[in-house]
Design a protein around this ligand. Structure first.
Ligand code: DC
Length: 231
C-alpha cells in the first residue's frame, strides 16, 4: 500500500501529540513530535548559557546551530520515541517548566526554524510519517496528503491541563492555566515567522466535545478515505 504524509497542527494542549502518536502506532507509521525539537534547542541554549532571562545570544546560537543534532529513538517501554540531543536522552528534561517558559522565544528565531524544517523534511522524505506541530501542513509538508488542524475551546484545554496536573499530584490554579493557554495561543498565532494558521486544505477537528474513542474513529476514517484516493 502506498504510504502518505500526515500533518497534524493546532493549538497547544489540544491533545495533538497523543492523537498523532496513537494514529502512527495504529497504522504503522513513524511519529515525530516537532515541538520536541524546538524544546531540545531550548534546552541546549539553557545548558550552554545562551539564554539570560528573556535574552538569547543570537550570534552565539547561530554559530552553534549546526552542532545541535536532534534525533528520536523508540523507547520500548513507553512505545513512543524519546528525544535525543547530541546523543543524550533528554525526553524528560525538555518537558520541564523552565524549557516550556523559554521555548516560544527560541522557536520564533528564523534560522532555528529553517534548521528544524530542513531536518523535519529529511525525516519525511520516505513518507509513512505522522508529524505534529504548528507549521507542518503550511511549511514543512505543504504537499501532505492528509492535513488536520486541531482545536478546542481555551476553557476546555485549560480544564484538561488542570486535570492532568491534579492527577499527577501537582497543585494547579485553573485561572492561571487559562491565562497561559490564551497567551500561548496569541504568541503562536502572531509571531512573524511561520505563525500558527490552518492550511487552506487542512481538515478542521474541534475536539471540545469528542471522546478519545470518537476522535480515533474520525481520524481512522479520514486516513482510510485519503489512502483510497491515493492508491
Ligand atoms: O507542542 P509543544 O508545546 O511541545 O511545542 C513547543 C513549542 O514549540 C511551542 O511554543 C510551539 C513551538 N512549535 C513551533 O513553533 N513549531 C512547531 N512545528 C512545533 C512547535
Amino acid at each position: 500500500m502506498k504510504k502518505i504524509t500526515i500533518a497534524i497542527d493546532g493549538f497547544s494542549s489540544c491533545g495533538k501529540s497523543t492523537m498523532a502518536k496513537d494514529l502512527a502506532r495504529e497504522i504503522g507509521y513513524i511519529y515525530i513530535d516537532s515541538g520536541a525539537m524546538y524544546r531540545a534547542v531550548t534546552l541546549y541554549c539553557i545548558e550552554n548559557n545562551l539564554i539570560n532571562g528573556e535574552v538569547i545570544d543570537i550570534e552565539k546560537l547561530k554559530n552553534e546551530i549546526d552542532n545541535i543534532h536532534i534525533t528520536f529513538k523508540l523507547n520500548e517501554k513507553t512505545g513512543r520515541p524519546d528525544t535525543y540531543l547530541n546523543g543524550k536522552d533528554v525526553e524528560s528534561e525538555i518537558r520541564t517548566m523552565e524549557v516550556s517558559s523559554k521555548v516560544s522565544l527560541v522557536s520564533a528565531i528564523d534560522f532555528v526554524r529553517s534548521a528544524m524544517v530542513d531536518e523535519q523534511q529529511a525525516m519525511g522524505r520516505e513518507k509513512g510519517i505522522v508529524m505534529d506541530g504548528r507549521d507542518i501542513g503550511t511549511t514543512v509538508f505543504p504537499d501532505a496528503e492528509l492535513k488536520i488542524f486541531v482545536t478546542a475551546s481555551p476553557e476546555i484545554r485549560a480544564k484538561r491541563r488542570y486535570d492532568e496536573l491534579e492527577s499527577k499530584g501537582v497543585k494547579a490554579n485553573y485561572d492561571e492555566i487559562l491565562d497561559n493557554v490564551k497567551q500561548r495561543d496569541y504568541i503562536d498565532q502572531n509571531r512573524e515567522v511561520s505563525p500558527l494558521r490552518k492550511a487552506d486544505d487542512a481538515l478542521l477537528l474541534d475536539n471540545s466535545n469528542l471522546t478519545i474513542a470518537q476522535q480515533k474513529r474520525w481520524l481512522l476514517d479520514e486516513f482510510n478515505r485519503v489512502i483510497e484516493l491515493n492508491q
